[in-house]
Design a protein around this ligand. Structure first.
Ligand SMILES: C=C1C[C@]23C[C@H]1CC[C@H]2[C@@]12CCC[C@@](C)(C(=O)O1)[C@H]2[C@@H]3C(=O)O
Ligand SMILES: O=C(O)CCC(=O)C(=O)O
Ligand SMILES: [Fe+2]
Length: 354
């Protein structure tokens, strides 16, 4: 069993927090989805438009490593262009994602996630930490989605499965290429990071694909698409359709929109990378808002280390001025802690926080 499934088994979720409402039939924002009175209430005030945005890195630029290092230090996030993933595949995955979420609710629930598993249809896992429900639905895939796809389309699941499998293959290549640049930017060599190099003996990295859908919302100023969180991965590579909604939080600045760039990916530092580089790159706090007129979709690829590999701060980044901050953890151990402690999980493995 992979680390993610194993963690879901240890921390099952209540079925009420898995099945979304039927967004299409709701004409007025229900109280269950109105975030107005909560601490996490979305601040919709526009930022001063002259403010700089998330850096865009052209992977063909010889300066890419330096640009990535700066972006990771300052934002924990950047966008990449010239990445080599065929635009045809991006169009196909967007189309298949929309095809899935366009199904009637009674059909989508045929592929619902079980309380003890990570794959299938349902609300975001972090829903359990908030008193209000989010205005979004998701479909999680690990490897081939054939089991659930067959339930959705008994005779028409082949195209969906092929696109999802092909996309994961492409994204594994791209993510490993970007990871290589990130390690280079930290001065780490292949030898330093060989513990989770692909195909190290029988060990393989683990990755998950998350299709997100944000239906049009009758009252977006009071709703939340996906509540603020950091990703538990090493690195997440996200494709978004051309609808704005993603925002990243910056200390002393606030929420900054991450406007879609046609054909680009958003890359964000996850908690495990934060640990590996001893906090030098911070995992990006981000969220997604919704809107009244446009259906937004995004496809997140969460990349993590092989099962049972302990992630710990690289010794090369530790010295007198940079004492070691985090204890070693496997992805499963970290996900288990996150399932209970959510945004406190990172602090709980710090040596200096009790
Ligand atoms: C490997 C992962 C990463 C998970 C948990 C597990 C499976 C599903 C992922 C998401 C997907 C949606 C946002 C998030 C915040 C959520 O609720 O579920 C993610 C979470 C995380 O990054 O922690
Ligand atoms: O939809 C988005 O832009 C963000 C998705 C996300 O943060 C996630 O799936 O973890
Ligand atoms: Fe995320």
């Amino acid at each position: 069993m992979n680390s993610v499934s194993a963690s879901f088994k240890t921390n099952p979720i209540n079925i009420d927090q898995i099945i979304p409402v039927d967004f299409k039939t709701v004409l007025k924002l229900p109280d269950t989805h109105a975030w107005t009175s909560t601490a996490a209430f979305p601040d919709h005030s526009p930022l001063i438009s002259t403010h700089e945005g998330v850096p865009v890195v052209d992977l063909a630029n010889p300066e890419a490593v330096t640009l990535i290092r700066r972006a990771c230090e300052k934002w924990g996030m950047f966008q990449v262009t010239n990445h080599g993933v065929p635009s045809k595949l991006l169009n196909q995955i967007e189309l298949q994602t929309k095809r899935l979420f366009a199904l009637p609710t009674n059909q989508k629930v045929l592929a619902v996630r079980s309380p003890e598993d990570c794959v299938g249809y349902g609300l975001p896992r972090i829903s359990t930490f908030f008193s209000k429900l989010m205005w979004s639905e998701g479909f999680t895939i690990f490897g081939s989605p054939i089991h659930h796809a067959r339930q959705l389309w008994p005779n028409h699941h082949v195209d969906f499965c092929n696109v999802m499998v092909q996309y994961q293959k492409e994204l594994m290549g791209l993510t490993e290429r970007i990871l290589g640049l990130i390690f280079m930017s930290l001065g780490l060599t292949q030898e330093d990071v060989k513990c989770f190099q692909p195909k190290n003996g029988s060990k393989h990295p683990q990755a998950l694909l998350q299709l997100n859908s944000y239906p049009v919302c009758p009252d977006p100023t009071r709703a939340m698409g996906l509540a603020p969180h950091t990703d538990s991965s090493l690195l997440t590579v996200l494709y978004q359709n051309n609808i704005t909604g993603l925002q990243v939080f910056r200390e002393n600045v606030g929420w900054v929109p991450v406007h879609p760039i046609t054909g680009a990916f958003v890359v964000n530092v996850g908690d495990l990378m934060h640990i590996m580089c001893n906090g030098r790159f911070k995992s990006a706090l981000h969220r997604a808002l919704v809107n009244k007129t446009h259906h937004r979709v995004s496809i997140a690829y969460f990349y993590g280390p092989p099962k049972d590999v302990k992630i710990s701060p690289s010794l090369k980044l530790i010295d007198h001025d940079h004492p070691i901050l985090y204890r070693p953890v496997t992805w499963k151990e970290y996900l288990d802690s996150k399932a209970i402690h959510f945004n406190k999980a990172l602090d709980l493995i710090r040596y200096d926080v009790l």
